[in-house]
Design a protein around this ligand. Structure first.
Ligand code: BGC
Length: 762
């Protein structure tokens, strides 16, 4: 199977421009560059020309209308860094641009096997000269500081001089849209010059953020063939920009190749960013072919471990590959950063990390690339102290309160009702720790980091909650549904807290078995009484239940509100958040996204099938799915309840959210949580995959229109493959073992590679 997504169009893509910048961006977990056209776009066209370094931020004001105590008045915001994308060609006197002359052919493609994007153009100039241009781009996985633009220009029906101009601009602005709360409000340049160096035809430009004081150095160096005697790089101190210029004379049919090596190094990772950039350039320059090969090898290994194939629906399958590729491109791998809500593809949500990583993306990484999953969890451990501090700021005497959105661990949500109040993020992170341990059995992780994180998050719940009439209650929080704020006993939050408390106790028990408890308990001041209190609170956790309807209400007051009439709401008024005052939404039963249904998916045992089905039916009538984190969860629950038709409908176009721009905002960046959610819908939904304490379980069925489904996964160091086709399915052990697989037909023990558990699909 070839994994290539491409778009052909001989019309200049005005409306599609910004969207394609997202779809064809290149990233490697460290840096991301949007797929902006090298020659630029005419003035006034909507384009977000951007390059980002994961976790590189400025501190910007977050104005609060009124002074509220301990509410943050500034936040971290991911900033646009140096623009290295500009490359222009003047072909026998005419500057190439997609916006002039005619496009005889034009194709953009993303090759997910080779890890590159390409734009191939046959251009007829206004004077009728024809040229083939190819721009290939790569954000290297082997050398994460490197972004490469590789251009080839071939005159078809003329010969003459070609002038090359390639720019390196250090001072750039962020994109802004004052009318969209999901974007920054003002377009600003957050950088000041901090040094320049021209050395061996390379330009190194350093900048520093004004408030966070972080330095970033970018280096650019060109390899040109045929060589040009007049090639030179000049620096303009006023603009803090450099430009490379050269002229070559080409025969008809003779290609010119220009390789632009761009390296990024930042002060969060390097003490001396200039030296690091110089070293990175020395490592990369002239090695494009080797780097392409390394890229292909990285991708081959990625697909081998995480291949997830849908048979019989090519569009859905290609979109699935696209989504998994984007997750791989977006994930921070150095423990210093995580996965932003838009990955490294755009400025939506300002590069912040949310619960999205733990609840929607971690399942994919945990099951396919556990080493990377551990790095992501490592980021949360690294910010545990900041979470402790945050808890104190909010008045908690103990425990750790993770911020709702952040880069380095500080709270960055301005609107605390739908931000900081989402305490469930604490339980979400703990859930991911538990799941990671369950799937990998990684004792080292639990000992060094996981157990402490579970303890500190459990402590937080003990401080937030209290016992009323024999039940443990949690007041004044916001659940995942952001159309219902500050409530008592959000079912989802309470269920997460219960799980969190149970895991803290379990982790302590495991440490005890391994003979590590005493040291751990002494270091963190844990007592037996404290652990007993955790267990007791978990046991008596209050989970709202409505006798009359036989459902779990979202919270204590939810069912007392009138129901929002979704059917009578004009289509153009969705998403509701862009059309109604928050208070108006809060007074109704209307959900932005899965909330109680998500709790039912994660914690199946807390409610029986009848309650879950009635709840599902209830919430589906009042959920708008205005968040892209929603449909996938409804899909999983529909699969579990045997609601095949609904399951297929919920999966619907979710998998194509960014390729079809179904939420209308993919130009601001990809929806990474939805991408992980689609993986969950396929694996946990259609394949019915679950982790259990002593193995894995599958309970699959094929939705209408699909002929098969295959995926690879890892469990406790073993590699396995799930395949379903023609009414049958099997789980095969590829390496490692033994692994227990539970199916409707019974329990199977896979002892050695090649052993299979088989069954008939539902
Ligand atoms: C959703 C949140 C999500 C955030 C970032 C919001 O629209 O309601 O649940 O964390 O987007 O993806």
């Amino acid at each position: 199977m070839q994994r290539v997504y491409s778009v052909r169009s001989t019309q200049p893509t005005h409306e599609q421009l910004a969207l394609q910048e997202t779809v064809f961006h290149n990233a490697n977990g460290y840096l991301g560059v949007r797929g902006t056209l090298e020659e630029g776009a005419p003035e006034g066209m909507d384009t977000m020309r951007g390059a980002y370094v994961n976790g590189f931020y400025e501190i910007v004001p977050m104005k609060q209308a009124e002074k509220l105590t301990h509410v943050r008045e500034d936040k971290e915001s991911m900033i646009n860094v140096a623009d290295v994308q500009g490359v222009r060609f003047c072909l026998a006197g005419e500057w190439f641009s997609q916006w002039t002359g005619a496009l005889v052919e034009c194709e953009r493609l993303l090759d997910m096997d080779r890890g590159i994007t390409e734009r191939r153009v046959t251009w007829r100039s206004p004077k009728g000269r024809e040229t083939v241009l190819r721009f290939r781009r790569m954000a290297s996985f082997a050398q994460p500081s490197l972004f490469l633009i590789d251009c080839e220009v071939t005159p078809l029906n003329y010969e003459g001089t070609v002038e090359v101009e390639s720019t390196h601009l250090a001072l750039v602005k962020n994109y802004a849209n004052p009318n969209d709360p999901r974007l920054a409000g003002e377009s600003e340049c957050h950088l000041v010059p901090a040094g320049s160096l021209l050395e061996e035809d390379a330009s190194y430009l350093s900048t520093r953020t004004r408030v966070s004081g972080l330095t970033l150095t970018t280096g650019v160096k060109h390899a040109l063939e045929p060589a040009a005697s007049d090639a030179r790089t000049v620096y303009d101190p006023d603009a803090h920009a450099a430009a490379f210029r050269a002229t070559v004379t080409l025969e008809r049919g003779q290609p010119l190749r220009l390789q632009k090596y761009c390296v990024f190094s930042d002060a969060r990772r390097h003490d001396d960013t200039l030296a690091a950039a110089q070293q990175a350039m020395a490592d990369a320059f002239g090695k494009a072919d080797a780097l392409y090969r390394a890229q292909q090898e990285t991708l081959a290994a990625f697909w081998e471990s995480s291949d997830t194939t849908i048979l019989g629906d090519n569009d859905a399958n290609l979109s699935m590959q696209f989504n998994l590729y984007q997750l791989f491109q977006s994930a921070g791998r150095d423990g210093l950063c995580s996965i932003a809500a838009k990955g490294l593809s755009g400025e939506g949500y300002e590069g912040h990390y949310f619960w999205d990583t733990e609840m929607y993306m971690m399942p994919f990484f945990t099951l396919t690339m556990p080493e990377l999953a551990r790095k992501l969890l490592g980021y949360r451990y690294r910010t545990l102290d900041a979470a402790r501090e945050n808890a104190r700021l909010l008045g908690h005497r103990k425990g750790a309160l993770y911020p709702w959105r952040t880069i380095t661990g500080r709270e960055c949500s301005g609107y605390f009702l739908a931000g900081t109040a989402q305490y469930h993020i604490v339980g979400d992170i703990a859930y991911a720790v538990g799941m990671y341990y369950e799937a990998t059995g990684d004792r080292d992780y639990l000992t060094r980091e996981g157990a402490e994180l579970l303890l500190e998050t459990a402590r937080l719940w003990m401080d937030v909650g209290h016992v009323v009439e024999g039940t443990f209650r949690i007041n004044c929080v916001t659940g995942p549904d952001e159309y219902t704020c500050l409530v008592n006993n959000n079912y989802y939050t309470n269920a997460c807290a219960k799980n969190n408390l149970e895991w803290a106790v379990r982790a302590a028990g495991l440490l005890e078995t391994w003979g590590l408890y005493d040291e751990w308990a002494a270091r963190l001041g844990v007592t037996r009484e404290e652990l007993d209190a955790f267990a007791h609170a978990a046991e008596i956790m209050y989970l709202p239940y409505d006798e009359k309807l036989g459902i779990n209400p979202q919270d204590d007051s939810f069912l007392q509100k009138p129901v929002w009439d979704i059917a009578a709401t004009p289509r153009e008024n969705f998403p509701l958040l862009l059309h109604y005052h928050p208070l108006q939404l809060y007074r109704y039963q209307v959900c932005k996204q899965a909330d109680t249904v998500l709790a039912h998916v994660l914690f199946e045992k807390l409610a029986d099938a009848g309650v879950r089905e009635r709840s599902f039916r209830y919430y589906e009538k009042i959920t708008t799915h205005d968040s892209s984190l929603s449909n996938c969860i409804f899909c999983i629950e529909a699969c579990r309840l045997g609601l095949r038709h609904e399951a297929r409908a919920y999966f619907g176009d979710s998998v194509k959210t960014d390729l079809l721009n179904t939420h209308g905002n993919s130009k601001d960046g990809v929806h990474t949580a939805n991408m992980g959610g689609c993986y969950m819908a396929v694996v946990n939904g259609f394949a019915g995959f679950r982790l259990c304490a002593d193995g894995v379980r599958v309970d699959p069925f094929l939705p209408e229109g699909w002929t098969g489904l295959k995926f690879s996964f890892q469990y406790r160091g073993s590699r396995l493959r799930f395949e379903m086709e023609g009414g049958r399915y099997c789980v095969r052990l590829l390496s490692g073992g033994p692994v227990s697989v539970f199916t409707l037909e019974g329990a199977h023990r896979l002892e050695r590679p090649g052993d299979e558990a088989e069954g008939k699909t539902r």
